[in-house]
Write a protein that binds this ligand. Structure first.
Ligand code: NAD
Length: 507
């Protein structure tokens, strides 16, 4: 079956660039155009370092406050900031105290995912503009609340999907929208990114320098139990806090895929299969249980009616052929392959890095390329600061709606996976199901390539089978599943008292 399915192209051109076009307000409680703008960076470890670098580099902003529930991270970053800008920021442990202090105009959030929405809501309620890392939400309900808060309080909201400010990606999206590769109805997102085991599931001490109650926030507070060996970063692979790689690396690519396809809405149907597997092989111990509980191998199929997106997550080594298009566009053989392939009736566009997109003809020969003419990360912060000064939210490259729709792609895929987690299935059983799933991909070919990939990593699918999720029908308007209360229950979470993310109508 051909992967180059063709359908009407007409809708793409008009909708691809309409993302940030909703009307906005302008506000009194905001810095004037000549004021230097104070920024509070919340969550300062890995990505937070980039926020500090970016806002320090732009002469219009300075870091006036820093919040981290890890005292060592907070103090170390504060020292660095003092060296950078000559003045130390105020250090906080609790984001509520930072907000109450009134010491800044922008809250820039790079905490773990389960804290994003609450930081955004609290800050916007207090009249702050916000830059929130991707995925902006831990579940779908939170994304809708963030949109409502930005509208209600008239705040500038930028999602941390910096590719939206990459001229390579915008040039490629424009090229696609103008018919550069003919009709485009199908995109494949790739997150082939090696993720090693995060060590065995256990009972690990909580580092003394961390306020774990605050770290847990809206999620379950499991004191004194930390079930992974490393507190920072590895939370991505525990679903209470993270969203797996579909919701970590994924939102960058699902966002670009939606942009190029021109789908500024949710899908109508979703299905995922996958598993967290292969770490027993990696550790040479058949009884090994890794501490993560998100899939490290996942294929999600999204039906947008006239358009289709398939997202593939591979966390084990990629050493084998990944299929003709991926080999041709991302290089044969091993290593990470992260990007998006758009399939057109006249050729392909591959986004191969944040600053590089390549056009291929039908024979997969390169014909053209788009390279970023800007520093993608800096440009994204600058675009946000421009909007903070102008109060024109229509100029934001990645507003709350954009962030919500792209995060939701990950959440919807994971909901199918989580609901089907116990439905361990043979490859033949999965074949039977996916062969009946509406898709513009060759579902069987993608499954077979996934199986080859797992086998080349020594995975025995008879011993550790894949899980097959249910095909879920979703109502894009109401943001509810069709007749599926189990799936609906995963649109939100049980929030800890005091850390509730309100519904959109109560924000
Ligand atoms: N846009 C990008 O390219 C990009 C790249 C990497 C990470 N990210 C995103 O950035 C976020 C952070 O990722 P990371 O790798 O830096 O994680 P990390 O675990 O290394 O760092 C998170 C920091 O937040 C702190 N923290 C936790 N809860 C807090 C709270 N309530 N208040 C203040 N501080 C709190 C932790 O102590 C830690 O220092 C994630 O959402 C991730 O998806 C984005």
């Amino acid at each position: 079956m051909s992967r180059l399915n063709r359908r009407q192209f007409a809708a793409v051109a008009t909708s691809a660039f309409a993302v940030a076009a909703t009307p906005r307000h302008s506000f009194a409680q905001s810095p004037g155009p000549n004021d230097q703008i104070g920024v509070c960076v919340v969550g300062a470890n890995g990505r937070g370092g980039e926020h500090i670098r970016g806002f320090n580099k732009d002469p219009r902003t300075f870091i006036s406050a820093i919040v981290d529930v890890d005292h060592v991270v907070g103090q170390t970053r504060a020292k660095q900031i003092k060296e950078l800008q000559g003045k130390a920021p105020e250090i906080f442990v609790d984001v509520r105290e930072a907000i109450d202090s009134g010491k800044f105009d922008i809250l820039s959030c790079a905490t773990p995912n389960h804290w994003h929405a609450l930081c955004g809501v609290w800050a916007m309620q207090a009249g702050k503009d916000v830059y929130i890392e991707k995925p902006i939400s831990h579940n779908i309900h939170e994304g809708r609340t963030l949109i409502a808060a930005a509208e209600k309080y008239g705040r500038m909201f930028q999602t941390g999907t910096q590719c939206r400010s990459s001229t390579a990606c915008s040039d490629a999206a424009k090229f696609i929208a103008e018919g550069g590769i003919g009709e485009v109805n199908f995109a494949r997102g790739l997150c082939y990114k090696r993720r090693k085991s995060i060590n065995p599931l256990g009972d690990y001490p909580i580092p003394k320098n961390v306020d774990f109650d605050l770290w847990s926030g809206p999620a379950t507070f499991t004191d004194p139990k930390l079930t992974r060996s490393k507190l920072h970063y590895d939370w991505h692979w525990q679903r209470h806090y993270g969203n797996g790689d579909l919701g970590n690396q994924g939102p960058h690519q699902t966002d670009i895929a939606r942009w190029g396809l021109g789908v500024n809405r949710h899908p109508e149907s979703i299905v995922s299969y996958g598993c967290r597997l292969g770490y027993d092989v990696e550790r040479k111990d058949p009884n090994y249980v890794d501490a993560g509980d998100t899939a490290n191998t996942e294929v999600s199929i999204y039906d947008y009616g006239d358009k289709c997106l398939v997202f593939e997550t591979r966390g084990l080594d990629v050493t084998e052929s990944a299929g003709p298009e991926v080999d041709a566009m991302f290089g044969k053989g091993g290593g990470n392959k992260i990007g998006v392939i758009f399939y057109g009736s006249e050729g392909y566009v591959a986004q191969v890095s944040y600053g590089h997109c390549i056009v291929f003809d039908k024979d997969m020969k390169q014909t053209q390329e788009f390279k970023a003419k800007n520093d993608v990360g800096d440009a994204h912060f600058a675009n946000f600061i421009d909007a903070v000064q102008s109060r024109d939210a229509a100029t934001l490259n990645a507003d709350a709606l954009t962030g919500h729709l792209s995060a939701a792609v990950s959440h919807l895929g994971n909901i199918s996976y989580y609901l089907g987690e116990d439905n361990k299935s043979s490859v033949d059983e999965i074949k039977k199901i996916v062969s009946n799933v509406k898709s513009l991909d060759d579902n069987i070919e993608t499954l077979e390539q996934t199986v080859t990939h797992l086998e080349s990593n020594g995975v025995d699918l008879n011993k550790t089978p894949l899980s097959m999720g249910p095909v879920l029908k979703f109502n894009p308007e109401t943001e509810k599943f069709v007749d599926n209360s189990a799936a609906d229950s995963l649109l939100t979470r049980n929030y800890r008292e005091g850390f509730e993310v309100p519904t959109a109508d109560k924000v």
